[in-house]
Design a protein around this ligand. Sequence first.
Ligand code: NDP
Length: 325
Amino acid sequence: MFKAVFVEEKGRPARVAELDEGALMPGDVTIRVAWSTLNYKDGLALTARSPVVRAFPMIPGIDLAGTVESSADPRFRPGDGVVLNGAGLGETHFGGLAQRARVAGEPLVHIPAPFGPREAAAIGTAGFTAMLCLLALERHGLPPGAGEVLVTGAAGGVGSVALALLARRGYRVVASTGRTHEADYLRELGASRLLDRADLAAPGKPLGPERWAGVIDTVGSTTLANACAQTRADGAVAACGLAGGMDFPSTVAPFILRGVTLYGICSVNAPRARREEAWARLAQDLDPATLGAMSREIGLGETLAVAPEILEGKVRGRLVVDVNR
Ligand code: NDP
């Protein structure tokens, strides 16, 4: 038997349940999960505010980190430390908010040193996505000296890791946030200055002053439209989120008059090679001490009460879930 957050059927509230290992879904690798996380998407799933869960019954949780118990995939052996982000976890396949998981080997990644399972979970989908955004900006050819790079939703999970990663690589980073009282936290992560998120929230002109060499946007909607309108000629915007809304009220002006490139970032279905590349870079670029400063620990049973907080933008950085507590 193992403990898990469980949603029995559509419309039923999530609860902590004891499940039989025989209930696990088919997969190549069985994992003793140690840590999971709460991302924005998990908040949506646990509060049933958005159709994140697409098969019932379901164990939510889009991240897991733990130790391989058994494996039919030759790439993994019992005792290996592994991490999995997205790939249907908590949506169509039993997810990470559980003490056990059985998953496909293909998207599973070995946790790279110096991280252990707790650090891998603290990074989670948020950190993985932040790195995918940085890799997109790098592939675009954005050098650290190019000018200011804007990060929106900066005090959130993706935003916090994005700030730290960009600053570590030498970019001058501007943190757009609604939580200006978190100035010390954001500066410690590497923000060179703060921007009140209200400055990007009102509908703007098709083209604004050229401010940003690059952008990592977690907010979407008018914020993303304004970020594109303020991006410098030939600059790049990596869009990964919708914390402010799913719409995109932009014009084509930034793209056809300034050659701005908009990259869409999807972590869920990232191919194995991209996952390995991103995790190798996270191990290189992210200081475990920085991770400690941006993460808060909760127990499995607390996830249900804490889920609404992340949707209300009240969670700073990352929430790490001890599935054995
Ligand atoms: P968090 O809730 O941790 O962070 C979101 C941040 O956005 C908040 O902390 C807040 O930052 C800001 N924010 C919240 N509401 C609003 C609003 N109404 N208007 C403007 N800003 C707002 O979430 P995550 O970091 O986990 O995820 C961020 C977004 O990225 C989510 O939309 C999520 O679904 C998406 N995402 C997408 C992925 C992908 O693969 N494409 C993977 C991971 C996440 P502040 O207080 O600093 O203003």
